[in-house]
Design a protein around this ligand. Sequence first.
Ligand code: B4P
Length: 193
Amino acid sequence: MSNSMLNIVLFGPPGAGKGTQSTFLVNNFNLVHLSTGDILRAEIAAGTRLGQEAKGLMDQGNLVPDEVVIGMIRSKLESTKGAPGYIFDGFPRTIPQAEALDRLLHEVGTEITVMLALEVSEEELTRRLLNRGKDSGRSDDTNEDIIRNRIREYNNKTAPLAGYYAEQGKYSGIPGVGSIEEIAGLIRAAIAK
Ligand code: B4P
């Protein structure tokens, strides 16, 4: 790995459009997509012990323990050595996760390039997630109280990460309301800066 890599943290509250915009970034920049939410849902579907432990927390809208998600990311980084860069989607979500990611990338001679932070109001987030819940099959999308808990977890534990990356001069805020194409255009412009 090297510093010529493009390593993006795609950041924002639940429902801000991280998963949606990741698809665009992966197609345009040939990056490896690492979504801790997707990895955890795959573990649940496969019925692994990790999945069984994570399910109860995710169903309530709570975060999964740091050591679990850090271990998942470590093994994905090892199995994708030589990648041109990464898009970290939904990770890190706490300061200890961000510190661990910095260490893991440092060990292989690279670092985070930029945090792209999608900014969306709480009312719009709730509307989007309830709407997705109609056909996603995700138990954490169907109940408004659980959605509000996810947003609360975000405000308490995840929002401080904006300051963590801003201190390193890596924070880039992106208005997350508008068409998916418009937002993708704003992201493209932020990466080109
Ligand atoms: P995630 O899978 O990361 O789910 P999410 O926050 O809901 O975001 P997602 O990417 O799915 O949604 P998106 O905004 O794209 O996490 C789920 C759970 O896993 C967490 O609650 C936690 O328990 C656990 N977890 C995951 N990572 C963890 C970590 N690092 N540490 C601890 N626990 C972890 O899209 C939402 C909806 O909006 C979609 O329906 C989409 O179509 C729509 N949408 C997107 N853009 C739009 C736009 N511009 N306009 C209108 N609608 C739009």
